[in-house]
Design a protein. Structure first.
Ligand code: NAP
Length: 251
């Protein structure tokens, strides 16, 4: 059988039960990676379904239920990965939530929950993964940000702050670990067909399409393709970058 680009690599994808996370997990598996699927407990059954699809591709597909905001749970996930797979080569920080509200009416709970999952979760998973990657002296970390973290969006001050934070975090950590052959990049999707964007009203959708030069929403697979590129050696000389996958919204 022809060698696949990610053969012998192990990847962890957070928030992988559906949407972008699921598409990314399947894409990495098709490139030959063994994939550990993380989500919160409510997503365990759907993760098992994705793991089954990965095993059908001939790769290892494991489920590691955990809340990315809980340091102890994330540390346990990393221990499980090292004991069952022996290594961790790729981390995709994909778990994310929105709690939209105009700022004047935004509660502290809405602010804290979004910053916790999107930014603190990225910090905790990255810190835990680096323990193994630093020993290996190799790794690729891909953080899923958003165009909203670059251009802002009314009603999403919490989400914009979290994703802008993810972008700044990406660059700082990229500088910190480059000498150990570990790369850290971000992908900033625009509006992608997903449960998150299914909630948009027809009016909101029409207004949105006017902002997208390619005049359509993106597909999860189109984001997964870029993550797959950043995960492997084809992007060996790229670190600290933000790749927009947004139909030209930000240019
Ligand atoms: P999604 O379908 O809601 O998937 C995100 C997954 O993360 C969900 O299964 C979610 O579970 C899980 N999750 C939430 N909190 C978690 C936690 N504390 N620990 C572990 N898992 C957790 O969203 P998506 O649209 O695929 O988005 C994936 C990523 O892309 C997010 O970071 C999002 O901000 C980013 N993004 C998406 C778009 C878009 O258009 N869809 C655009 C730009 C950026 P619950 O369902 O229980 O919350």
């Amino acid at each position: 059988m022809k060698d696949l680009p990610l053969q012998t690599k192990t990847a962890l994808v957070t928030g992988a039960r559906r949407g972008l996370g699921k598409a990314i997990a399947l894409r990495l598996a098709r490139s030959g990676a063994d994939v550990v699927l993380n989500d919160i407990a409510a997503g365990q059954e759907e993760c098992e379904g994705v793991a089954e699809e990965i095993r059908a591709l001939g790769r290892k597909g494991l489920v590691a239920t955990a809340d990315v905001c809980a340091a102890d749970q994330i540390n346990e996930v990393m221990e499980k990965i090292v004991s069952e797979c022996g290594r961790l080569d790729i981390l995709v920080n994909n778990a994310g939530i929105t709690r939209d509200m105009l700022l004047a009416r935004m509660t502290e709970e809405q602010w804290d929950s979004v910053l916790n999952v999107n930014l603190k979760g990225t910090f905790l998973c990255t810190r835990a993964a680096l323990k193994t990657m630093l020993k290996q002296r190799s790794g690729s970390i891909i953080n899923i940000a958003s165009v909203v973290g670059l251009m802002g969006n009314a009603g999403q001050a919490n989400y914009a702050a979290s994703k802008g934070g993810v972008i700044a975090f990406t660059k700082a950590v990229a500088k910190e670990v480059a000498s150990r052959n570990i790369r850290v990049n971000a992908v900033a999707p625009g509006f992608i067909i997903s449960p998150m964007t299914d909630k948009l009203s027809e009016e909101a959708r029409r207004r949105l399409l006017c902002l997208i030069p390619l005049a359509r929403l993106g597909k999860p697979e189109e984001v997964a393709e870029v993550v797959n590129f950043l995960a492997g050696d084809a992007s060996a000389y790229i670190t600290g970058q933000v790749v927009n996958v947004d139909g030209g919204m930000v240019m």
